[in-house]
Write a protein that binds this ligand. Sequence first.
Ligand SMILES: N[C@@H](CCC(=O)OP(=O)(O)O)C(=O)O
Length: 420
Amino acid sequence: MAGQARRRLTIVIKLGTSSIVDEKTHEPLFSILSVIVKTCVKLIKDGHRVVLVSSGAIGVGLRRMDLDRRPKHLPKVQALAAIGQCRLMSLWDKLFDNLNQPVAQILLTRNDIADRTQYQNAQATFTELFKMNVIPIVNENDTLAVTEIKFGDNDTLSAITAGMVQADYLFLMTDVDCLYDKNPRSNPEARAIEVVEDIADLEADVSSAGSALGTGGMSTKIVAARFATSAGVTTVITRSSKPGNIPAIVSYIESRRAAPPSPRQNTAVAPLHTRFLPNPHPIRDRQFWLLYSLAPHGTIFIDYGAWKKMSGTSTRNLLPAGVVGVEGNFGQQEAARLVVVQRLPPTDSDPAPFEVGRALVNYSAAEIRKIRGLKSTDIHEALGYADSSYVALRGNIAFYEDKRSRPATPALLDGGVGLD
Ligand SMILES: N[C@@H](CCC(=O)OP(=O)(O)O)C(=O)O
């Protein structure tokens, strides 16, 4: 980035299992890993902050135990991850140590950061590590992460991490150069997608299903890009076998940010990548935590009137009068989805219900079923107590920035379990 006034950037780089170990032999891919290490150290020397989100524990564990393939039994997978994680970190530590670069291990589960204090503790640890010029290396804590507490894949984990550290860039390294509108392997007409302004309009081929060892594919990268861009993070998909391209891509994007080229100007060409533009009004901190770090335990259906009031500029508290139904079995202070619906069950002529955000609730699902549609003054009579006039307080409600782009899961709207 020579010649420009440089911003101090925070860059999160996510490496999937297939970038770290060979898919068949599970041997570490030293040629890629050493370039990653050099690249990260260069970025640190240039004054940036770097976080690595590294998968690979299970792959490295398989190699250590001489196993051919990932077992089906979850505890066995967790045991392999526990075996592999220390080897993986020892590998990273040695490689970075050759360049005198200290690293730190951070293992997270969604449950850890669903607690606001623990989320803030994790943020504080990142901040201190950045001050010490240390590279945090993040992975999911596979020992604890089962079914509902699993991030699902490290693409999502990297997006949540990027939001947590308020990163400028998230690099999702993968086995293709960029997204294409069609499958480039089978269709010679496939065109590279360079810039995605609005993920809702994206028409890409997402058939890449992920490797034999990893859990993510292209579709999890798009979900991750949605999370990260909503937090104001420029998200880049590019080829993992060429990690040395990262500084060139950053440099290219930063130079255009500083001075967008005029249409006729001859501009530098960047290595092939897809970049998802960040939301200009990013969802930060508590709002980001509410939306993306908490696993919802159910759904609260609200009517259009409540939605209009809550999403306006003044008030956002959710009153029981605006609630038309509840699905699930969440407790007080747990998270629920907020879905706007005309009525329950919806009729064919009603507009499609849509998810608008998340709330941490003052009352349990069972309690909300009893007070839905009531005035706040009637809560006491319905429940025998009234700890709050609101189902959720405005500080515990967060809305997505693209409020209408999330159709609600149809199963929730069929008059299904627990819905009234
Ligand atoms: N946390 C696990 C892997 C998670 C995972 O599969 O991620 P990815 O390879 O990025 O799809 C591990 O370290 O092996």
